[in-house]
Design a protein around this ligand. Structure first.
Ligand SMILES: Cc1cc2nc3c(=O)[nH]c(=O)nc-3n(C[C@H](O)[C@H](O)[C@H](O)COP(=O)(O)O)c2cc1C
Length: 217
């Protein structure tokens, strides 16, 4: 029998060693610092550095969150893709205010992004869709993400049909597959310290420029 409390107590967190974070030499925009940190994460061998948590709220203001893959990052924002008919898609339709969270445990770094999600143009979403593998495209074409599955066999049957359809018409595009861009208003970079003297640097967009502040750990 597992003893969950024992296992939790024995699990180490933030033990390092960690890279340094020179707060006196940070770039003007959080986008540039994110690129630096993402590059460090890749160089250090962080597993799935492109996985992040997207947080949304439902029609009752109740928070929801799930892991997604980031597709791109540039000075205009952070990009991810999903079906606009999924639970998250419907939630963002009602309230486009979202949060993205990255945690790279190997380097003790967390990045928190708060902003608004915008749908990208149809052609960009279509391009993202066409770059997906066959099974991923077929599943997206079923377009039932987040609805109740009564029988796993139903999934297998419909997937097989959709794959055959895609083999015959490989340029088929899901009308609801959407590339979203998150335009940030606030981005926080959190660097762990093995002695618990963590560093927090927050960028806030103020009218036409980014302002930085340190935060208490
Ligand atoms: C590592 C990882 C990557 C994922 N990437 C995506 C993704 O890029 N797009 C997506 O729609 N779902 C992705 N998922 C599945 C989502 O976490 C989620 O289950 C799904 O999108 C349904 O979410 P919803 O019910 O909140 O709409 C990923 C899950 C994991 C664990």
């Amino acid at each position: 029998m597992y003893d969950i409390r024992q296992m939790i107590r024995k699990s180490k967190s933030l033990s390092g060693p960690f890279p340094s974070f020179n707060i006196n030499e940070v770039p003007e925009s959080p986008y540039e610092l994110f690129l630096e940190w993402f590059g460090d994460a890749v160089d250090q061998g962080v597993h799935e550095p492109h996985a992040m948590t997207l947080s949304t709220t439902d029609q009752n203001g109740f928070p929801d969150a799930r892991v997604l893959i980031i597709k791109d990052v540039d000075q205009d924002g952070w990009y991810f893709a999903s079906s606009s008919k999924s639970a998250k898609g419907k939630q963002m339709e009602l309230n486009p205010k979202v949060a993205l969270t990255f945690y790279w445990s190997l380097v003790g770094r967390q990045v928190r992004i708060r902003g608004k999600a915008f749908k990208m143009k149809k052609e960009m979403s279509a391009n993202d869709f066409l770059n997906r593998g066959m099974i991923a495209r077929a599943i997206a074409l079923l377009d039932k993400q987040s609805s109740v599955l009564n029988d796993p066999l139903e999934f297998e049957e419909q997937l097989t049909k959709e794959i055959i359809h895609l083999q015959q018409e490989p340029n088929t595009i899901s009308p609801s597959w959407t590339l979203y861009r998150v335009q940030a208003k606030e981005v926080e970079f959190w660097q762990a310290d093995k002695d618990r003297k963590h560093t927090r640097l927050q960028y806030t967009f103020d009218r036409d420029k980014w302002v930085t502040n340190l935060l208490w750990a």
